[in-house]
Design a protein around this ligand. Structure first.
Ligand SMILES: Nc1ncnc2c1ncn2[C@@H]1O[C@H](COP(=O)(O)OP(=O)(O)OP(=O)(O)O)[C@@H](O)[C@H]1O
Length: 496
């Protein structure tokens, strides 16, 4: 049996009356690492066949989230399905455990609730509160941009939930419009606690090994929303989330994130240079709040400084907000997906999850393909930035003076029977090479041509692409689903 299964089966056993939040801090105020205690959200003995599975809500880097209705009770949840083999192989165990245990202890209307968990031989399942309104990201995309009233409503609900998260001694570390989900009525719920970081004095109880994988957890987040201090390897602070809030508010009001460029590398350079431009139509209040949230000094961001959250909530942008009655207010109207027929939401839009294949590890393995079949969904990935994994000076040695990296990522080079991890690097020269990441030697130089007959990119799924030259076709897999970004980056260089 896999280690993961043992962990979830025995170490995480429920012991009645021993709830983590009741005995969380030890005498010296550090995070308690308790051996066993009761989960609020129980581990059930359910199987996937106890559920009627509906549409796929979304696909994460190591999970798939599906609408699920319990056959006997009719209760609906969002079932987060994680492939055990994939999690083990990708070293995501610490993230999964941490998300489980943290969500279990959070209790706030602005945070997605965990109802229960279960597992089978192949998968771990987390039944989450279902957010039928989808992602805030999609509302921004469908509306183009939000009005200041709408943005104020959503930002206030995020601030309220963030205040709670920070008061629990947690840093979320991946605040962005994709992780701000909406209820059917249109209220915000913060999701995806896979990158969460408990501070030393956190009142959250953390199981052994859950948060100890600090090395793996330090450089997390999403390129466009990452604060400059994280790029400079400073320790995580609450200010990290407030920077991301500033980026998110900017995106609500303008339709795009403040730091955009063709590659993560270039985005990072803009972030470090704090290269922000505000559209003319931003009000003075919005501009002032974003400007302060995007302060280079994390401790000066409103909410992180001495004035605490009062300083943030009293900002003129939030004038008129009734902080005590946020959930009683009427949310902005949700715009639904174009071409969607309304009706019974058990049979609504999106590819239905195939229950016949549930429990089969090949289904739950995140290959970036399953469940993301429509071209609209595939192209949506172009606008999504993958997690950071490439901001590392060691790649500089492969550049000539003055040459800069446009796109860089650890990908798999696929051969008939084998695959090998390589660092694929595209530069402004233009140059396209792949490097053995452990030996740090160039393994291949893909001969550049501006002519698409001599150099072209074929995308076969969000994560798979082929780079074709007259002599060779090389296949790559980018686990972060950037196949379209690679194609776009190479083609835009060819067309320059
Ligand atoms: N409770 C929920 N209700 C409705 N949809 C959800 C819920 N949780 C997640 N989703 C959808 O499923 C998608 C995948 O969620 P998940 O948390 O697995 O990954 P992610 O947020 O993309 O994270 P990662 O950073 O791990 O890739 C989300 O983007 C969201 O659209």
């Amino acid at each position: 049996m896999l280690e993961m299964e043992r962990e979830f089966d025995s170490k995480f056993r429920i012991q009645s009356g021993d709830h983590p939040s009741s005995s969380s801090n030890n005498n010296n105020g550090s995070v308690q690492r308790s051996k066993s205690f009761a989960f609020r959200a129980p581990q059930e003995n359910f199987t996937i066949h106890d559920f009627e599975l509906g549409k796929i809500y979304g696909v994460g880097s190591y999970s798939k989230v599906v609408r699920a209705k319990k056959k006997d009770t009719g209760t609906v949840s969002a079932l987060k399905i994680m492939d055990k083999k994939f999690i083990t192989k990708e070293n995501k165990t610490a993230y999964v455990k941490l998300e489980r245990i943290v969500l279990d202890q959070l209790d706030h209307p602005g945070i997605v609730r965990l109802f229960f968990t279960f597992q089978d031989n192949y998968s771990l399942y987390m039944a989450l509160e279902s957010c039928e309104g989808g992602e805030l990201f999609d509302q921004i995309t469908r509306k183009g941009r939000l009005s200041e009233d709408e943005a104020c409503f959503y930002a206030a609900e995020v601030v309220d939930a963030l205040e709670y998260i920070h008061s629990m001694g947690l840093i979320h570390r991946d605040i962005k419009p994709e992780n701000l989900l909406l209820t059917a009525e249109g209220h915000i719920k913060i999701a995806d606690f896979g990158s969460v970081k408990p501070m030393q004095d956190s009142c959250i109880t953390v199981l052994p090994n859950a948060a100890s994988d600090d090395k793996a957890c330090t450089f997390v987040g999403t390129a466009a929303y990452v604060p400059p201090e994280v790029l400079n390897s400073s320790p995580a602070t609450f200010g990290n989330d407030l920077w991301a809030l500033g980026c998110t508010l900017y995106q609500m009001l303008s339709g795009t994130s403040p730091f955009k460029d063709a590659s993560e590398w270039l985005i990072f350079q803009r972030i470090i240079a704090r290269d922000i431009r505000f559209p003319d139509y931003f009000s003075g209040e919005a501009r002032d709040l974003i400007d302060h949230l995007l302060d280079i000094d994390p401790s000066r961001r409103p909410g992180a400084g001495r004035g605490g959250y009062a300083e943030l909530k009293n900002h003129p942008f939030f004038e008129g907000v009734d902080w005590k009655n946020l959930r009683g207010e009427t949310p902005p109207k949700l715009v639904s997906e174009p071409m969607v027929h309304s009706g019974d939401s058990d049979h609504d839009s999106g590819s239905p999850y195939n229950p016949a294949r549930a429990g089969d590890s090949s289904v739950t393995q995140n290959d970036g393909n399953a469940g993301v079949s429509s071209s609209a969904e595939a192209t949506a990935h172009i606008t999504r930035l993958a997690s950071i994994d490439s901001f590392d000076s060691k790649w500089q040695q492969f550049l000539d003076p003055g040459e800069s990296v446009l796109m860089i990522a650890m990908v798999k080079k696929l051969q008939k029977l084998t695959s090998k991890k390589v660092q694929l690097i595209l530069t402004n020269k233009p140059k396209l090479i792949y490097v053995d990441p452990s030996k740090l030697v160039v393994k291949g130089n893909i001969i550049w041509s501006d002519n698409s007959d001599d150099l072209s990119v074929q995308v076969t799924s969000p994560s798979h692409f082929k780079i074709c030259t007259p002599k060779k076709v090389r296949s790559f897999e980018d686990a972060k689903q950037r196949a379209w970004q690679w194609k776009k980056a190479i083609e835009s260089l060819q067309n320059q």
